[in-house]
Design a protein around this ligand. Structure first.
Ligand code: NAG
Ligand code: NAG
Ligand code: NAG
Ligand code: NAG
Length: 359
């Protein structure tokens, strides 16, 4: 090839990506596919939040910050902006169309409840006149959008592995996921798992008397070790039972808490009270959350594809997003663990939506 040929080839190389943008009139799928949507920053967007809380009467009181008297509104106005691409707009109609006759289930603790409720609100608020049906049977809640026969389900399950009540008391069994739960997770189109927040509880808040590992009952053990063993049990279940051509599996990564204001350099604050804006950069220590390290290690060892909804770092910036005193029906409780709705979990769902449509 002569110098001219090279020049043309070079010009084409430079031109092609921009041509692609023009042809589609929007960002190409190719850019979105390879984009790390979890690296970015929070930017002010006057069009936010994605829905009006008054349209979502079924939000649990624990997340209904505005109803409980939270008056500042800036925290509602932040959009997640990845560095490398633009997130597609959340399109409820498109989602319902794609997931016609399909079932999606969140499995986990109250952070799963938080994200599931956010998702039902995002869909419901888009067409408030459409009929929906809600039912709760045992630990499982089902929200169905009847127009498209799409079900969003939630199974409350704080540890993913079994908790058995037997003659020794309540026993957390690190190596087993019983038949019942196992069956209950089958035949879904999308599964989004999460577990972490209960693993560190001690004293009155600890919901077990013993931890069983193999044939040994332990009064207590290193909680991170226990967590990793349980996650490996869960990973074996997924590797054995999930058909990736039918079911997409996600793990909702660790949701960070903001109980100690000294971590973001606020000597006045003791917790998340009165925080009204996000952090611009990661607070110290900058190292990843230790539980996140475990989650990533376990996922790397799996044979079936599991997508990490990698929201830990972006949520760590949102010290302003928690209910603080505006959860718990306005009682005096303090909550720097869950998130107000509308709020941060809406972004988790926007990212989930992006993951679901970009593949
Ligand atoms: C709704 O979807 C489920 C699968 O999620 C299917 O079993 C059921 O037959 C559908 N119902 C109708 C009325 O199409
Ligand atoms: C918050 O963290 C700082 C620094 O690690 C520590 O000195 C302080 O005791 C913590 N405060 C609370 C209430 O846990
Ligand atoms: C939270 O921090 C505020 C000061 O920022 C303090 O007045 C309040 O007592 C703290 N509450 C709890 C439960 O730590
Ligand atoms: C998740 O995000 C963190 C921080 O942004 C990053 O260090 C880590 O590599 C990501 N994990 C995966 C599996 O992409």
């Amino acid at each position: 090839m002569g110098a001219l040929g090279l020049g043309i080839a070079f010009a084409l190389l430079v031109l092609l990506p921009s041509l692609e943008h023009q042809v589609h009139g929007k960002q190409s799928n190719y850019d979105l596919k390879k984009c790390d949507i979890y690296q970015g920053r929070w930017v002010y967007d006057a069009s936010y939040p994605l829905y009006d809380s008054s349209l979502c009467s079924f939000i649990e009181n624990a997340f209904a910050c505005q109803k409980n008297g939270r008056a500042d509104e800036l925290y509602l106005k932040y959009k997640w902006q990845p560095f490398a691409c633009k997130l597609p707009r959340f399109d409820a109609e498109d989602f319902l169309e794609r997931f016609r006759d399909k079932r999606i289930m969140f499995v986990g603790d109250s952070l799963s409840l938080n994200q599931w409720q956010s998702f039902t609100c995002m869909l419901h608020a888009a067409s408030p006149e459409s009929e929906y049906n809600f039912e709760r049977i045992g630990s499982t809640s089902t929200f169905t959008f009847q127009s498209h026969n799409v079900s969003l389900m939630l199974q409350r399950n704080a540890f993913l592995v079994d908790m058995e009540h037997n003659k020794y008391g309540r026993v957390l069994k690190l190596n087993s996921i019983d038949h019942e739960d196992g069956l209950a997770w089958k035949e879904f189109d999308v599964l989004i798992f999460n577990t972490w927040h209960w693993w560190l509880h001690t004293g009155r808040k600890q919901p077990w008397e013993f931890i069983q590992d193999g044939n040994t009952l332990h009064q207590d053990m290193d909680r991170f070790v226990a967590y990793e063993k349980a996650l490996r049990t869960w990973a074996r279940w997924v590797d054995k039972n999930v058909d990736p051509t039918k079911t997409k599996v996600f793990f909702q990564s660790i949701s960070p808490t903001h109980w100690n204001a000294s971590f973001w350099g606020n000597p006045e604050g003791r917790n998340c009270t009165a925080e009204t804006r996000p952090l611009a950069e990661q607070p110290y220590p900058r190292s990843p959350h230790p539980a996140q390290v475990i989650v990533e290690r376990v996922l790397r060892g799996m044979s079936k594809p599991v997508n990490l909804l990698n929201v830990t770092a972006l949520s760590r910036l949102r010290k302003d997003g928690h209910p603080s005193i505006y959860g718990n029906e306005g009682h005096r409780g303090m909550d720097c663990s869950h998130w107000c709705l509308p709020g941060v979990p809406d972004t988790w769902n926007q990212l989930l939506y992006t993951e679901l449509i970009r593949n």
